[in-house]
Design a binder for this molecule. Structure first.
Ligand code: MIG
Length: 778
């Protein structure tokens, strides 16, 4: 790597300057202005718990830069008190206090209880002669760092250093492969159970350095030093705050939560038909078939190859009748072919990226010489979005965006940095906007699909993205390999993506490159069934890995878990509603539910699905048992119904057909009673599985349901039911379910209550005031 491209060297040498001392301070329409020796800083409270700092070392700071990436603020910050002292200025909302030390300028953030959140010491804000910006913060002894979007390695990022530059990495994703496809410059700090967050709002190539014991830093190759501090105090609060800034994921169409089968590539109509038929014949549920690049005519997006897919409409309709959707891939590169309508129109209308002098940028990708739409321009987003009517008119409801870092087959692996993007009237170079290119592509795709689908929810899957990508797309973790290490790594990767605002994510089940094998596929399918986005995908050169190719044993395991996924959909769907409401992810690191338990802070090989199901995948060949940590409280082994006391490590049996699963006492799991082959099939009976809490304890869960297809839920066409569970006396379990929203009537054929646990037989179960059996249909 050229030394000038390296963001993240030391701050030694003469080229870095400190922001210096404060010269003048005043307030102007609720923005606090700090004029310093090294330039002006603006501080503004977005809410009482979120504050923003912007320093532009080379001019006037701009609070409007990249504003379209942020959500409008819902509520104001309330009253802010400014107190000017001799050496400090204090700015306080009711929940957050910024202490500004004047000489040199240093910022320290406290919450209302006086807890120090983020602070600066010897070093604070700096700028280099090359236009880089850097911010150094103190690291507390107990601090743990999470989030950072899509990163390889383990859950807690303390001690690491990594960059953010959207990169297509086909090489194995190793612990040192730090720049991947997605950049989310956000992190959550957990300090002895309480949390705060920091979002570095800069789109340039950036880097985080968490190696020091006393300090950590973030920096970018250019632009402003612009960041938000979020006060927490819980990790869930931080996520709610962060997603109030960057947006929350819409509830996915229900079908997108089913099982997806992909291959690079299913090349013909006949192959796709046969695939669907095999799933049916084998009784394995399937909701989605992905079409990789071979469906196109010479890799031209918005086309089908007439030879391989003579009747896409017929095929799509036929599959749709079986409850299966088709999701085609769409790359950004548009083949530079003067006979190709999309290219001609794009050139004529000025839709493509180019240089300052007006020349277009061309890059080599699958269609060979290609032009790239300038998605930073609203006009282009609309055009591109509208082009998707090609797909929606054929009955397609989901699109897979790939190569949108953008990836280009050249030495830099991407677009030339001196390309100038239109950027909605604020032209800027690719050097500045590279990390948001994929974000804007998926934004265009999502809105275009939404227009075309006339009220139905689109599904967009993307490889590249930036903070906020959750509003438009699901994220998969790109080109992993059929390595046990990559199965293992997919867990902390998805957990940190969830902690970065992206609830709908997953890794290629079975592994993309290299050859999968029976045991690996079995274990990976078991795990995939509990991760939010569930897709088996592999590349051309790899051995095939559909659920049945490795023989009956593997097929049996895959069938069991894919079916289980469908039985668990009502629970999963309720969790997506929670993510949509509050930004809390669907799969959660243990600390999110057990923040006081330090033992959980670095657990990368277990996770929680929602609040109460602990999943402990097996990530080693031939392993038939594994160690599981259970936080304090009672747990029930899902498979054996055995009760296990937590607060300790246990060794759990895990034969090949078993992924260790533990349900927390007090849990309420809404599950579908019977197997279904597609998520569109009706749930014949909705079961409420209740795991009684400990004596004297109570708990609750909100079951959510809507039509799974439209945006009616935004206007109240939804159903929610709060189920409360209480164990007031040893022999008694009270369950009360209260309908909270009834704007939609679920079409469940019937309902059943199932009480679990060793004590179930001996309990008096009082359901909505009436004594019932521990397995009760109603
Ligand atoms: O450079 O479309 O990550 O899922 O199968 C390869 C072909 C381009 C990379 C994606 C992968 C996809 C493949 N694509």
């Amino acid at each position: 790597m050229h030394p000038d491209q390296y963001v993240g060297g030391g701050t030694g040498g003469g080229s870095w300057r400190d922001i210096g001392g404060l010269k003048r301070f005043f307030e102007e329409s609720s923005v606090y202005r700090l004029e310093c020796e090294g330039g002006t800083v603006l501080i503004s409270f977005r809410t009482d718990r979120i504050v923003r700092v912007v320093w532009n070392p080379s001019g006037e700071p701009d609070l409007g830069l990249n504003a379209s990436l942020l959500e409008p603020a819902q509520e104001g910050p309330g009253r802010i008190l400014a107190e000017v002292k001799e050496r400090e200025i204090w700015l306080s909302s009711s929940q957050l206090k910024v202490v500004i030390r004047k000489a040199p300028l240093r910022l320290i953030f406290f919450d209302a209880s006086g807890r120090e959140l983020v602070s600066e010491g010897e070093r604070g804000m700096m700028a280099s002669g090359k236009g880089e910006v850097l911010c150094v913060k103190k690291t507390g002894e107990a601090d743990r760092f999470y989030g950072f979007g899509e990163k390889s390695g383990f859950l807690d990022k303390r001690g690491e250093r990594f960059g953010m530059w959207n990169t297509d990495v086909y090489a194995p994703h190793n612990p040192d492969t730090d720049e991947l496809y997605v950049s989310i410059p956000f992190y959550l700090t957990l300090r002895e159970g309480t949390a705060h967050g920091l979002f570095f709002f800069n789109t340039f190539r950036s880097a985080f350095d968490l190696r020091g014991e006393e300090e950590h830093s973030f920096r970018a190759a250019g632009g402003q030093l612009d960041y938000f501090v979020m006060a927490g105090p819980t990790a869930k609060d931080v996520l709610a705050q962060y997603t109030s800034l960057t947006g929350r994921a819409p509830i996915p169409p229900r079908w997108a939560l089913g099982y997806h089968q992909s291959r690079y590539s299913y090349e013909t109509e006949a192959e796709v038909r046969e695939l669907a038929a095999t799933f049916k014949e084998k009784g394995i549920p399937l909701d989605v078939v992905h079409l990789d690049i071979h469906y196109m005519y010479g890799y031209r997006v918005f086309t089908f190859d007439q030879g391989r897919f003579p009747d896409p409409r017929g095929l799509i309709e036929e599959l749709r009748e079986q409850g299966i959707r088709v999701v085609p891939i769409v790359d950004p590169g548009v083949k530079a072919d003067p006979e190709y309508q999309v290219f001609r129109e794009g050139v004529r209308e000025g839709m493509f990226c180019g240089y300052l002098d007006g020349q277009l940028f061309y890059g080599q990708v699958w269609p060979e010489r290609s032009a790239f739409p300038d998605f930073t321009d609203g006009k282009v987003r609309e055009w591109w979005g509208d082009l998707h009517s090609f797909y929606t008119e054929l009955g397609i409801e989901g699109i897979w965006n790939d190569m949108n870092e953008p990836s280009v087959f050249n030495e830099s692996k991407t677009m030339d940095l001196d390309v100038v993007h239109a950027n909605d009237g604020r032209p800027a170079t690719h050097r500045e906007l590279h990390n948001v290119y994929g974000y804007h592509m998926s934004a265009a795709t999502y809105s275009g699909m939404k227009r075309g689908l006339e009220g139905r929810r689109p599904f967009v899957l993307t490889r590249a993205g930036y903070a906020g990508i959750q509003k438009h797309a699901a994220v998969w973790t790109g080109d992993n390999r059929s390595f046990w290490e990559h199965l293992e790594m997919s867990v902390p990767m998805c957990l940190n993506l969830g902690l970065s605002g992206v609830p709908l994510c997953g890794a290629d089940v079975g592994g993309f490159s290299n050859d999968s094998n029976p045991e690996l596929l079995a274990r990976w399918t078991q795990l995939g069934a509990f991760l939010p986005f569930f897709r088996n995908h592999s590349e051309m050169k790899a051995i095939r890995q559909e659920p049945w190719v490795f023989g009956e044993g593997t097929e049996e395991v895959a069938r069991k878990y894919i079916r289980l996924r469908y039985r668990w959909l009502p629970y999963l769907y309720s969790l997506f509603k929670e993510a949509n409401d509050s930004g809390v992810p669907v799969v959660r690191p243990l600390f999110l539910e057990f923040p006081k338990d330090a033992e959980t802070y670095a657990i990368s090989d277990q996770f929680l699905l929602g609040p109460s199901v602990l999943v402990a995948p097996v990530a080693r060949p031939h392993a038939r048992r594994r160690m599981v940590y259970l936080p304090a409280g009672g747990w029930v082994n899902y498979w054996t119904e055995e009760r296990v006391e937590g607060g300790r490590h246990v060794v759990v049996d895990a034969p090949l057909d078993t992924i260790p699963l533990f349900v927390r006492e007090g849990a309420v799991l809404p599950l579908a009673a019977a197997d279904r082959l597609s998520a569109s099939e009706r749930v014949e009976e909705l079961e409420l599985h209740v795991y009684p809490p400990a004596i004297g304890e109570s708990s609750e869960f909100t079951l959510y349901e809507d039509d799974g297809t439209t945006f009616g839920y935004e206007a109240g066409a939804c159903y929610s039911e709060r189920v409360s569970v209480r164990r007031s006396a040893p022999g008694q379990l009270e369950i009360a379910s209260r309908v909270e929203r009834d704007g939609y009537s679920p079409d469940w054929g019937g309902r059943k209550l199932v009480v679990h646990g060793e004590a179930a037989e001996r309990l008096d179960v009082i359901f909505n005031g009436k004594k019932v059996a521990n397995c009760y249909s109603y």
